[in-house]
Design a binder for this molecule. Structure first.
Ligand code: MV4
Length: 461
């Protein structure tokens, strides 16, 4: 096994990886910016190296500094966590060139999936269902118009280098196409330094369903069911659950089977997630692939009983998967609420010192967090404070358990979105499992939703 792993990340995911390493008997190296010297990942790792000033560009994204830290400490692998350099093929390649194993898929796979046009082409060739649309990059508004007329309106223009919703434009009529195309191209150049665009039919009220994949270095590939991630605001996920209330056992089996078959054809390795849009008719379409461990991985861990980070590290070393598809049994129900340091109404980040803190616990409750009393939430990084995850035998019990746990959570000194979660869980649409990607928008526009949010804010200590 690896003797020492460097974790190129911070916060809860750095802790999550350190915990998996400790259980595997692997020594750990934390890296941190000067602002993160008091971070729990620094305290819990066996060694820690300061890699630069607070801005991510100069610390957690600083490749020479990370590689120096790995060489000085003689780490034999780097775990990138999520975000930062986790899907950067150049970083993965430099690690491998330095004889340091990158814990993730091969660099070519990161590169392929990083380009959404090439990813779609690969997905099609591998047999995954796609929405009707362009087969490659759309060069100009004329070509976009020809394709749009063929597939029908509404259409959506997306950036090849985008992903996660950045730089998308919905077009509802032919007259709006030229303007949308040039705006999208300009935005794509400004954001990604790559103006390539593609176009596909727009699905009005989709659900976001993703399939978790695990693939070893020997060609064994399995799926671990789905996660429902439709509760989002501006492409930030807020609540995730597994299983999805929208899938029948037949649809789950089909989405899992075609996903695994596609990954076999692509020779995918390590953990990964295939994102699908599910339309109101129950048809699913490949959207993009995430080539990393994801924030919401714990809901899958709870319903499968498998430690995904442990398996990820074992597979990166070259160990074969310890499970066959028939060993994967989904049991019970898990829900995750992302507790962010932000205003519960405006969602504006709210960094600052946590002056009072008490975490929920008890049966079926898991809190993945790097926060503690007197910890200061920094303005330099994302506002995720904790992942509150519950597990229960069925969905109604899981919802009640989450409501109970949210009620126990005390965070003083900063604002959090805990009141938002209380309001969201109280919605009939959520309780009935009848929601889609417009759920948050509707909650914030409705009388009962905003009333519940206001009451939850008043009732939150
Ligand atoms: C779409 C779509 C509807 N139709 N594509 C948003 C994130 C990015 N991965 C793709 N996204 C979407 N693509 C077509 N053809 C709607 C969205 C979308 C969305 C998707 C998943 C979860 C939340 C969303 C919120 C708004 C839009």
């Amino acid at each position: 096994m690896f003797k020492k792993v460097l974790i190129a990340n911070r916060g809860e995911i750095a802790l999550r990886v350190i915990r998996a390493c400790r259980e595997l008997g692997i020594a750990t190296v934390a890296v941190h910016s000067t602002a993160d010297a008091n971070g729990l990942h620094v305290r819990f790792a066996d060694e820690a190296v300061c890699i630069g000033p607070p801005p991510s560009k100069e610390s957690y994204l600083n490749v020479p500094q990370l590689l120096s830290a790995a060489e000085i400490t003689r780490a034999d692998a780097i775990h990138p966590g999520y975000g930062f350099l986790s899907e950067n093929s150049d970083f993965a390649e430099v690690c491998e060139n330095c004889k340091i194993r990158f814990i993730g898929p091969r660099p070519e796979m990161l590169k392929l999936m990083g380009n959404k046009v090439r990813a779609k082409q690969a997905a099609r060739e591998a047999g995954l269902p796609l929405l009707p649309g362009s087969t490659g990059v759309v060069k100009d508004p004329k070509e976009a118009e020809a394709i749009a007329r063929e597939i029908g309106f509404p259409v959506i223009i997306k950036a090849a280098a985008g992903g996660g919703g950045k730089g998308m434009k919905i077009v509802r009529e032919p007259s709006a196409l030229v303007q949308a195309f040039s705006t999208a191209a300009a935005e794509a150049v400004a954001s990604f330094n790559n103006g390539d665009l593609y176009i596909e039919r727009y699905v009005e009220k989709p659900r976001h369903i993703e399939i978790q994949i695990a693939a070893d270095e020997h060609g064994n590939i399995i799926h671990l069911g789905e996660r429902e991630c439709s509760v989002q605001r501006r492409h930030q996920k807020l609540i995730e659950e597994s299983p999805s209330p929208a899938l029948t056992p037949e649809l789950r089996e089909k989405m899992g089977r075609v996903s695994v078959e596609a990954m076999k054809r692509l020779r995918y390795n390590n953990v990964g997630t295939i994102e699908y849009l599910l339309d109101e008719r129950g048809q699913f379409y490949f959207m993009e692939m995430n080539t990393r461990i994801q924030v919401e991985h714990p809901v899958t861990e709870l319903v499968t009983g498998i430690d995904l980070v442990r398996e990820q590290i074992r597979m990166a070393f070259g160990h074969p998967l310890r499970f066959k598809q028939e060993d994967i049994l989904l049991k019970g129900h898990a829900i995750e609420c992302r507790v962010n340091a932000e205003d519960p109404v405006t969602f504006a980040p709210w960094p600052g010192k946590i002056t009072g803190y008490s975490v929920p616990g008890g049966y079926g409750v898991r809190v993945d967090s790097a926060a503690y009393e007197n910890y200061t939430v920094l303005p330099h990084y994302d506002s995720l404070l904790a992942k509150l995850i519950v597990y229960a035998e069925d969905r109604p019990t899981a919802i009640r358990r989450m409501q109970r746990a949210l009620g126990e959570y005390v965070v003083e000194g900063i604002r959090t979105n805990i009141p938002f979660h209380r309001a969201a869980l109280a919605e009939e649409a959520f309780q009935e499992g009848q929601y889609d990607t417009r759920f948050v928008e509707r909650l914030l526009a409705s009388e009962t939703g905003t009333h519940r949010l206001k009451k939850a804010i008043e009732e939150t200590p």
